[in-house]
Design a protein around this ligand. Structure first.
Ligand code: G6P
Ligand code: MN
Length: 438
């Protein structure tokens, strides 16, 4: 039976993950859940909620604890699910609002907000990896701490042998959206995709039931039929318009399906135009699921007996559980994972951290190499982004202001070095407690 530690236990994502763990108890037998967080209040709230869930679902034998002590949290643990958010939603709000106030994209993983968050996040995640090396050297870390390319690069440098899998649920969510809209079952899909985290393209989607690559027909549907569920932050476009814009095509048929995060890099001006610089995603999350979770914990404290859990679970938890069971039972499932390139994308630098399909089994991650070089357009976009991220990670390890400024300048949401410097200086001030000294 497995011991699972959730780093960032107080996160509102915890109940969804635990629910998925419980739903898969036959494949992932559980003896103990430990919630580790530096925010005692939030961790205690979550403890109550998870305890309530375990009781409700009839898991009497599963031990649950919450702690701020890393030794207690990690010693003897089998799986560490890492979802820390250094600085919490309060700092996310600054990541989003500072760039917006300078007329640039304000988003938690893309643009300069993502870089500011990256500088905070490297510190937090390297600390967790260090604890795991010390207290649970055989454990697997399943990491979905953002911004993932940056933290993965930092871990690759400091702990190249860490037993860690870096994964993002965004590709699953894109596939789910497409499948639901157009009547497919994504469980039958074997997709091929390449890129960086939140920055990539599908090249084929083989359907095991239909026995064909369904990407061409999906592209046809994307260009002719509306989708019911689809987000586009660069304004009120129809999905067909958005899709053509994201593919950067006019008349020719697109060859790929882009990750929707590319809108931040391809249409930053439109995204800014449609953003509200006084009310960003952080505000929505704080007033939405954060408040909701707190209220649930309060009801449990007040001795609520009726069913008070009202969560909206997505696919996020299931994805993490599938990775854990794949490792544990050698299930060899296929995921999009964030790994050192090492030739997977043949014409991109080997030391880039890329997102490509990979099989997961008892021995860890086995990435799949593309057989063809990628186009100059995608390669050029990716190379600039990789260089910017590398410079940021250099800045972190070397304490270099100059490299941070170069990273900020090279970020593709940034039009000039002057605004890069203004935002960097403001970010240094706002992140005093979290960033290394530059
Ligand atoms: C997706 C992305 C994550 C991101 C999250 C934000 O799951 O893959 O990288 O952190 O969305 O969600 P939120 O609801 O907090 O804006
Ligand atoms: Mn993600």
């Amino acid at each position: 039976k497995q011991i699972i530690t959730i780093a960032g236990g107080g996160s509102t994502y915890t109940p969804g993950i635990i629910q998925a763990v419980l739903n898969n108890a036959d494949r992932l037998p559980l003896s103990e859940i430990r919630l580790y967080d530096i925010d005692e209040q939030r961790n205690d709230d979550m403890y109550l909620i998870i305890q309530y869930m375990l009781k409700k679902e009839g898991f009497k034998d599963v031990v649950i604890s919450s702690t701020e002590d890393p030794e207690k949290a990690f010693t003897g643990s089998d799986f560490i699910f890492s979802q820390i958010r250094v600085g919490g939603m309060k700092m996310r709000e600054k990541d989003e609002k500072i760039p917006l106030n300078h007329g640039l994209v304000g988003q938690e993983t893309c643009g300069l907000g993502g870089f500011a968050y990256g500088m905070r996040s490297m510190n937090g995640l390297l600390e967790i990896v260090g604890y795991v090396q010390e207290y649970a050297p055989n454990a697997w870390i399943l990491n979905y701490t953002n911004p993932e390319s940056i933290v993965s690069e930092a871990v690759r440098r400091q702990y190249p042998k860490a037993k860690m899998i870096n994964a993002c649920d965004m590709t699953i969510s894109i596939e789910e959206t497409i499948a639901v809209n157009y009547g497919y079952d994504r469980k039958n899909w074997i997709p091929t995709y390449y890129g960086l985290n939140h920055f990539g393209w599908y090249t084929s989607i083989y359907d095991k039931e239909l026995k064909r690559d369904v990407m061409p027909e999906i592209i046809e549907k994307l260009t002719t039929q509306e989708m019911e569920v689809a987000d586009f932050n660069a304004g009120d476009k129809t999905w067909q318009e958005a899709f053509s814009m994201m593919s950067v095509i006019t008349k020719n048929f697109p060859q790929n399906i882009p990750n929707n995060y590319l809108e931040y890099y391809l249409y930053p001006d439109m995204v800014v135009e449609h953003a509200d610089k006084d009310y960003t995603r952080a505000n929505m999350v704080m007033e939405g699921r954060e408040k909701n979770t707190k209220e649930m914990a309060e009801k449990i404290r007040d001795g609520a007996t009726e069913d008070i859990l009202n969560f909206n679970f997505g696919e996020h938890g299931q994805y993490i559980v599938d990775m854990a069971t794949s490792l544990l039972n050698d299930e060899r499932r296929r995921f999009m994972l964030i790994v050192p390139n090492q030739g997977a994308i043949p014409n991109l630098r080997a030391d880039a951290v890329v997102e490509v399909p990979a099989y997961v089994g008892a021995t860890g991650v086995e990435p799949i190499s593309l057989r063809e070089p990628i186009s100059d357009f995608h390669k050029g976009l990716m190379e600039a982004q990789v260089a910017a991220e590398k410079l940021l990670v250099d800045a972190y390890f070397e304490g270099s202001y100059q490299k941070a400024l170069q990273a900020f300048t090279l970020n593709q949401t940034v039009p000039n070095a002057r605004v890069a410097k203004n935002i960097l200086d403001e970010m240094i001030e706002a992140n005093k407690e979290y960033w290394p000294k530059l």
